[in-house]
Design a protein around this ligand. Structure first.
Ligand SMILES: Cc1ncc(COP(=O)(O)O)c(C=O)c1O
Length: 377
């Protein structure tokens, strides 16, 4: 077990085999320590935690920039993935007839902000999935001179299909299309270099693979987009001289900070800074290698138990999510829950989503329990 010491930071491991990080992560004690610090300071300590919290936010911003291989000026904090995608969708000066490419395999968070633009005369064009896979040629076929934006998940929530963001980014660049990514099912589990993939905009909530509190997220916004995207919201903190209260000049901050328009969720961001620190300490490449390794064991073990793997046959599209179909899936799910094995049922499929602290032994236990269930079924 490569991360034995870090596993101790997750008390849930004493009680459950937790394999549901694609829904929500358990908090580590690193996160809860800083949350407690914040609560105590607000109750009995400095009370006005603005200055300290700003320092922590700067640290979290730098960590996030590191994780994405970008600079802090291109990162802003949001409330969740949906918040960020709405900032994008509502910030573009849409023209009648503009087209947005989405896929028909997305979580609705990456659909509705764009559907909401139809009233401005924008057309949504869906790329159909082929048995849970998104094919590049199907994207290419839907691009025309009206295509203005493409938005896709880093990793598809249903079956863990990891999209080829580098190729899609290249295509978007060649066709002058704004490239937007919903990162939430991949970031924290799989490395992502936003520059290498030529991503213009990325939105990501923090409570899944990034292991932070709920209600905190980030956007990455390429600086080339700063002046093309109208801030959908303007607030007292969006501008240069924010603390000069009666100087009503709407001169937006020169960086992504212009999207942080009011008092932040500082407590959440503090927790987020601790979880980001932990993930970077371990290394995202190491996390990815571990997940592919134990995921491979799961695929081998559960297919030999009679289940059908719903991910790609091509491992280059694998992520931290491993989904399976099989007989009596709801009963199987209930029987695993009874054994304190936590996984999710999504659209009739069993979704396992381990993280770096899960062990090979835990995976073997899951396989064993599935085999016992089918032997007795
Ligand atoms: C792909 C994807 N995007 C977004 C979300 C969540 O969006 P938000 O962070 O706005 O709650 C989920 C899951 O809850 C998801 O699977």
């Amino acid at each position: 077990m490569p991360f034995r010491e870090h596993r101790k930071l997750f008390p849930i491991t004493a009680k459950k085999i937790y394999l549901n990080h694609a829904s929500i992560s358990p908090l580590s004690s690193r996160v809860t320590d800083i949350l407690e610090w914040h609560i105590n300071e607000r109750m009995f300590g400095m009370i006005d935690v603005y200055p300290e919290s700003d320092k922590i936010r700067d640290k979290a911003r730098a960590l996030m920039a590191d994780l994405l291989n970008t600079s802090a000026e291109e990162i802003a904090f949001t409330s969740n993935t949906s918040d960020g995608l709405n900032l994008l969708a509502n910030g573009i000066d849409w023209r009648e007839g503009d087209e947005i490419i989405l896929t028909d395999y997305e979580f609705p968070a990456n659909i509705y902000p764009f559907l909401n633009q139809e009233r401005k005369g924008v057309k949504i064009v869906y790329v159909p999935n082929r048995d849970g896979e998104i094919h590049i040629e199907d994207i290419l076929e839907r691009i025309n001179s009206n295509t203005r934006l493409l938005s896709i998940s880093f990793v598809e929530f249903g079956n863990g299909f990891k999209n080829d963001l580098k190729t899609i980014g290249q295509i978007c660049k060649e066709h002058n299309i704004i490239f937007s990514v919903d990162g939430i099912q991949g970031l924290g589990a799989i490395p992502l270099d936003v520059k290498d993939c030529q991503i213009d905009f990325l939105s990501n909530g923090g409570h899944k693979w990034l292991m932070g509190p709920m209600g905190v997220g980030i956007i990455y916004i390429n600086k080339n987009l700063f002046n093309k995207l109208n801030p959908a919201y303007a607030g007292w903190l969006s501008v240069n001289n924010a603390w000069d209260f009666y100087d009503y000049k709407l001169d937006f901050l020169p960086d992504a900070g212009r999207f942080e328009y009011g008092t932040a969720n500082y407590m959440g961001i503090a927790g987020f800074s601790a979880s980001l620190g932990l993930l970077l300490e371990i290394g995202i490449e190491n996390i990815r290698d571990h997940l592919l390794n134990i995921g491979g064991l799961l695929v081998e073990g559960l297919t030999s138990a009679g289940m059908i793997f719903c991910g790609s046959a091509n491992k280059k599209h694998w992520s931290g999510i491993f989904s399976f179909s099989g007989d009596k899936i709801e009963e199987l799910h209930s029987s695993l829950v009874e054994k304190d094995i936590v996984c999710a049922l999504r659209a009739g499929k069993m979704r396992f989503a381990p993280h770096f602290y899960n062990t090979k032994e835990e995976i073997e236990e899951v396989i064993q329990q599935v085999k016992i269930f089918y032997q007795n079924a």
